[in-house]
Design a protein around this ligand. Structure first.
Ligand code: ZN
Ligand code: ZN
Ligand code: ZN
Length: 136
């Protein structure tokens, strides 16, 4: 069980009930979730507070944006190496076309790609689509 207070503290965030609750939700889900998903799971929480909570967690390197083929923004928990200064989420994301879940494949790094001269990469994302292990 991850120590949520410790994670918040090492990322320079004060512990609040809502931050803990949102992080716990991410941990329980274990997949990329949207703002709407978080809202749906916490109907009593104030919308603006939830929005700010997600923004603070992203800015602090606790969650990262997951870009899949859905139009809604999704987020997932970061590995321990992310900080407020820099996200290091250079892993592959996998979207299952059967259950529609998108997950982080933390151990599968995005391969280095040789670009033409003059181009430099700041960030990237790689989405693979197919069938996940629960649906296989
Ligand atoms: Zn990150
Ligand atoms: Zn699936
Ligand atoms: Zn990810």
């Amino acid at each position: 069980m991850a120590d949520l207070n410790h994670i918040l503290k090492t990322h320079g965030l004060r512990t609040t009930a809502i931050r803990r609750e949102v992080m716990q939700y991410f941990l329980n889900e274990g997949k990329a979730v949207s703002h709407q998903d978080v809202e749906g799971a916490m109907p009593k929480a104030d919308r603006v507070t939830l929005y700010r909570t997600l923004a603070a967690l992203e800015e602090s390197g606790i969650i990262h944006q997951v870009i899949d083929d859905d139009t809604v923004k999704k987020y997932a928990l970061c590995g321990t190496e992310c900080s407020g200064d820099h996200h290091h989420d250079n892993h592959v994301h996998f979207k299952c076309e059967r259950c529609n879940d998108t997950v982080c494949l933390e151990d599968i790094k995005i391969p280095h790609i040789n670009l033409p001269q003059g181009y430099s990469v700041d960030s990237g994302n790689l989405l693979l689509m197919g069938t996940c292990k629960s649906c296989a």
